[in-house]
Design a protein around this ligand. Structure first.
Ligand code: AMP
Ligand code: MG
Length: 412
């Protein structure tokens, strides 16, 4: 049985990111939010576009005001009033200044802005009472960004700040990676859809919805293929269809050692190469990973059927895979923090154990982990609600006492 860290290394190594030429589309800027940029962006504009004032005040020649003070003020003639959006017309000569407002273009001849708070104005003259520093409150053209250089690199997720940058650069459309497509299959004779009436012994296929939501939250497109009976022929057909129509296939159930667990043998008979058969973790032990050289999908995850195992194995292994696949240049690795546990955390020590709960910051700014109340059986789905983190007990570790630090996987 593989250690979790070894399984992770194997899995991440198997991921082939989307192609930055072929697997892209051009979208309007508003639709680009949360997408991954597929080619670097450059702009023909400088930022700022012009030398401009950072404050309301007076544009001056530093030479004229460098020695002034309240005892020895400089008196300058005001030759123009420059507001934002206005192009100055009069160059500043010795002994002159221009009234200037925040964001407005600095006039020719001026090199420094004096804030209005240290001035007095009377008619056409301004009296400067305090010497500024040279070039104070001037934002120079190109000082934030030089035209023609890289504005944004490819492989980053476009969130509000990047969208704002692109808007400022007048990029109306951007090239992004297409969404990764993830096929979802549920196996099991006992499963019914959310619409069907429940007969004794049956359960609802919640994994289909769990996985669709998880896939969407990972900025990928779920392809919900529904329930497949525990019949080898049905499973084989469903897997073939899924492989032909998605980048990644996720199935749940049928990977354990029961009489009706056919997934692994069908993967092999369909030409898949089994990379992982079991992982030393709880829940999630029967996780099966296979690769295919064709057709479209390369990577197949046979997740265990138990709902909690589905979530844990998705968060631990599948989410980083989707992020890496989606073209992100970095930041796809899972994020761990250390947190103080608010309860005793227990495991039998045999496998790396994942316990669900909530991570938050205490008033003192310390991470704390609160274990979800109720059973941590992998069959219990109900107390997974509101989970935002998983506490992890290492192999051999049977207790993290209340108040002690524990390693925690952050979700999202
Ligand atoms: P299996 O790995 O196929 O033996 O499934 C283990 C258990 O997980 C089953 O007995 C069900 O209780 C549960 N299970 C399997 N598939 C699903 C599903 N799609 N949705 C919810 N629970 C499931
Ligand atoms: Mg089953």
């Amino acid at each position: 049985m593989l250690a979790v860290s070894d399984a992770e290394a194997i899995i991440l190594n198997l991921v082939q990111p989307l192609d930055s030429q072929q697997d892209t589309e051009v979208v309007d800027l508003v639709a680009a939010s949360n997408r991954v940029l597929a080619s670097p962006v450059t702009s023909l504009l400088h930022f700022p576009h012009w030398d401009n004032s950072a404050m309301d005040g007076y544009a001056v020649r530093y030479e004229d005001v460098q020695y002034c003070s309240s005892e020895n003020p400089a008196v300058l003639e005001i030759v123009e009033e420059i507001q934002a959006g206005y192009k100055p017309k009069i160059p500043i000569q010795p002994g002159q200044a221009a009234r200037i407002l925040t964001g407005a273009i600095l006039p020719q001849g001026a090199d420094t802005v004096v804030i209005q708070e240290v001035t007095r104005r009377k008619d056409g003259e301004v009296t400067i009472l305090t010497a500024p520093k040279p070039q104070q409150f001037v934002r120079y053209r190109g000082s934030y960004y030089q035209s023609g250089t890289q504005l944004l690199p490819k492989g980053i997720r476009l969130t509000a700040p990047e969208i704002a940058v692109l808007a400022a650069a007048q990029c109306q459309q951007v090239r992004v990676y297409r969404y990764p497509r993830v096929a979802i299959l549920s196996t099991g004779d006992e499963l019914v859809t959310i619409e069907q009436p429940l007969q004794p012994g049956q359960i609802v296929d919640s994994n289909q919805y769990a996985l669709a939501a998880l896939v969407r939250q990972s900025a990928a497109e779920p392809l919900m293929l529904g329930i497949v009976k525990d019949e080898p022929e049905d499973i084989q057909k469903a897997i073939a269809y899924a492989l032909a129509n998605a980048d990644i296939v996720l199935s749940s159930g049928g990977v354990s050692v029961g009489d009706y667990d056919y997934v692994e043998q069908i993967l092999e008979s369909s030409g898949g190469e089994i990379q992982i058969r079991a992982v030393r973790m709880k829940p999630g032990k029967p996780l099966t990973v296979a690769t295919f050289s064709s057709p479209q999908a390369h990577l197949y995850f046979g997740l265990p059927g138990n709902p909690a195992a589905v979530f844990v194995t998705f968060w631990r292994f599948v989410q980083p895979v989707i992020k890496k696949l989606s073209g992100l240049a970095e930041g796809w690795e899972p994020v761990f923090v250390r947190a103080r546990s608010l309860q005793d955390l227990r495991s039998n020590g045999e496998r790396e154990t994942y316990l669900w709960g909530q991570l938050f910051l205490s008033h003192e700014g310390v991470y704390e982990f609160r274990l979800a109340e109720g059973s941590h059986s992998s069959g219990n789905l109900i107390n997974l609600a509101q989970t935002n983190a998983l506490a992890i007990l290492q192999v051999g570790e049977t207790l993290v006492p209340k108040g002690e630090k524990v390693r925690v996987l952050k979700i999202n």
